[in-house]
Design a protein around this ligand. Structure first.
Ligand code: SF4
Ligand code: SF4
Length: 297
């Protein structure tokens, strides 16, 4: 499976202390994505220019000739030519380069998961499979979930919901808790923000709810994108209609700006301020007034 990160002792991806396994590759392109390196299914080179000492070793070792020295001395990466081989990463003593994305076997991932079994037991935690979107690698996802269950580890699937239903249904057989994203109730706006409409997501959400699998709706709260009264009210009504009670609000932040730069990607929401506490509380109050149980993460 292609993994871009494994975080141990995570406390924000489900109950207790958890190991979160981040699958690489996602069908959505959310403008605010806090893990922009998760979107491509392929390994990607990140170049952190502020750490670069301009020794130019990377230029010399790149087998693809993908790194060029500009007239002003700065480095230019031709991403079309870069194969993600990682040679320049090994050569860079300044730590200015890294590769996001690594092929791992289920055994390798489970070896990391196993290290923290006592923490899961003592905290009521477990493993969360996240991304990117883990259902984009369905066979690996199911194999990992099955192994976790065999180890007696609580399993949580953190999903954007934009998945083929047969794949999602198969994964759900091995999942104790679903964290289901909801980014915007209006499909046209959803498409502008994420690249896809929301019909499939809402349909899958309702289907999971009808199966009785425990589920928490997760809303990344992005000022001007999904925090309007209208959207929040529609979300609350949808949740009530589908029998869902629990919603997590994840206020927007700009911690990932440096990663966008390192990937050579434009960060289109760079000007959007973080929501202040009053704004987040207003949204939470609106949802609570509809009878929902709200957690601000
Ligand atoms: S090897 Fe590292 S420090 Fe040297 S020029 Fe390349 S990125 Fe910069
Ligand atoms: S990852 Fe490989 S191909 Fe890409 S820039 Fe570095 S050395 Fe060149």
């Amino acid at each position: 499976m292609m993994i871009f990160d494994i975080q141990r002792f995570s406390v924000q991806d489900g109950p207790g202390l958890r190991t979160t396994v981040f699958f690489k590759g996602c069908p959505l392109q959310c403008l605010w994505c806090s893990n922009p390196e998760s979107q491509s299914a392929l390994p990607q080179l990140l170049y952190f220019e502020t750490r670069c000492t301009y020794c130019y070793q990377c230029v010399d070792v790149c087998p693809a000739g993908a790194i060029h020295k500009a007239d002003d001395g700065r480095l230019i990466l031709d991403r079309q030519q870069c194969t993600g081989c990682g040679t320049c990463v090994e050569e860079c003593l300044a730590g200015a380069r890294s590769i996001s994305g690594k092929q791992m076997t289920v055994d390798e991932v489970c070896n990391i998961i196993e290290k923290d079994m006592s923490y899961y037991r003592n905290s009521g935690g477990g493993v969360t499979v996240s991304g990117g979107e883990a259902t984009c690698q369905p066979e690996s996802l199911v194999q990992l979930l099955v192994r976790c269950r065999e180890m007696g580890v609580h399993t949580c699937l953190d999903t954007c919901g934009y998945a083929d239903w047969d794949i999602l249904r198969e994964a759900l057989k091995h999942v104790d808790l679903v964290l289901m994203d909801n980014k915007q109730m209006n499909t046209d706006i959803h498409k502008k923000l994420t690249g896809v409409g929301n019909e499939r997501i809402l349909e899958n959400t309702a289907r999971v709810a009808s199966m009785g699998v425990p589920m928490v709706i997760r809303v990344p709260l992005i000022p001007g994108c999904n925090d309007s009264e209208e959207n929040i009210t529609q979300l609350g009504q949808f949740m009530k209609a589908t029998g869902l009670l629990r919603v997590d609000l994840l206020p927007y932040h700009r911690f990932s700006t440096g990663k966008y730069q390192a990937l050579g990607k434009e960060y289109k929401l760079a000007e959007i301020p973080n929501p202040d506490e009053d704004e987040v509380r207003r949204v939470a109050n609106n949802l609570e007034a509809l009878g929902l149980v709200v957690t601000i993460v």
